[in-house]
Design a protein around this ligand. Structure first.
Ligand SMILES: [Fe+2]
Length: 341
């Protein structure tokens, strides 16, 4: 069992949106030397005919990115938990943009599969399908997506094209939310450290139930790691084998939502083409407002997404071992531990 955390945590990842707005150090702009190296690396991998999924950081050498890489890693684990990398040259074709994105991503971590089918690169766009179909996930629609986390240690989201309107991003520190809950209702902070059932949307590891049961806040070896998706907790209630949420559980979820809706708590911004958002899933929740797309299919909103295990990441609580989100990062930790003997 994870430890029980009963006091606020004062760490760099416990920020409020209002503080970040006055400090632009979360935005990194790729300089001309890095862009040149990215383009040279792209030309080399294209010439060698290498498959995207096989490209490693050794195939994509970026010496001028070394210092920024260290800053980013320090931000992503142990720092504020997120960063925006601006200026990836994405005016070329989709395939080239994917290679640049992947190549840069391999300098921060190891790409992991994002679904049961084993896809490593997801396209985030409106597919026209809706959540009444069991295999559809929120990112495949144009609906607003409330605060949640993705999978693996970090996610990276590259903006290729914006929507006609809407589709803004919001980030919130899940530790800052915890601190607020602890200040207002210690009893509910404790409830959130007990298991909740989540609809796994058909993406659960083989042999695992369709609703995964895990606490929202997990305090393990001095780290507070979060998994939260209210909409999948609510959707899991349709399964007869899942216990009904208790009134205190609903109260805890409502307080969580209430704090997430307070403008001083979150950071809101719009991504531009060529921007990459990178965020630690255990520290940061993200949200997207609903959007309206362009008529022309070639101009519609399009993001690409990677899930990565970080080389510098924290120990994970055992409760994450069989979650569809964190199973791969968990297994990689175990594997690396065995390798080191
Ligand atoms: Fe997401």
């Amino acid at each position: 069992m994870p430890d029980l955390l009963t006091h606020p945590l004062h760490i760099p990842a416990a920020w409020r949106g209002a503080e970040i707005e006055s400090d632009p150090s979360w935005i990194y702009t790729l300089d001309a030397a890095v862009v040149q190296e990215l383009q040279a690396a792209l030309a080399a991998v294209e010439q060698s005919g290498q498959d995207l999924l096989k490209i490693t950081s050794q195939d994509f050498t970026l010496p001028s990115f070394a210092e920024t890489r260290l800053h980013l890693l320090a931000d992503l684990e142990g720092g504020r938990g997120f960063a925006l990398i601006r200026g990836l040259p994405v005016d070329s074709a989709e395939k080239q943009a994917a290679m640049l994105f992947w190549g840069l991503g391999t300098h921060l971590g190891t790409p992991e599969p994002q679904d049961a089918a084993g896809n490593f690169l997801h396209h985030v766009r409106d597919t026209g399908r809706d959540l009444s179909q069991d295999d559809v996930r929120k990112y495949q629609t144009s609906q607003d997506i409330p605060f949640h986390n993705d999978g693996s240690d970090i996610f990276m989201l590259l903006c290729l094209r914006n929507a006609k309107s809407g589709g803004s991003s919001r980030l919130i520190s899940s530790t800052a939310v915890f601190n607020e809950i602890t200040r207002r209702r210690t009893d509910l902070a404790e409830i959130l450290q007990q298991p909740f059932p989540f609809d796994a949307r058909g993406q659960q590891p083989p042999g695992q139930p369709r609703a995964q049961v895990v606490p929202i806040y997990n305090y393990h070896q001095g780290h507070l790691s979060t998994i939260h998706k209210r909409f999948y907790i609510d959707l899991a209630q349709r399964f007869p084998e899942v216990p009904r949420l208790t009134p205190p559980q609903v109260e805890a979820l409502d307080l969580f939502d209430e704090i997430c809706a307070e403008p001083a708590m979150y950071l809101e911004f719009d991504m531009r083409p060529g921007d990459i958002l990178a965020a630690n899933n255990y520290d940061i929740l993200h949200c997207r407002t609903a959007f309206e797309d362009h008529e022309d299919p070639g101009r519609r909103r399009h993001m690409m997404r990677l899930w990565l295990t970080l080389p510098t990441a924290r120990p994970l609580p055992p409760s994450f071992e069989h979650t569809r989100e964190f199973q791969h990062s968990y297994a990689r930790r175990q594997h690396d531990k065995t390798e080191k003997g």
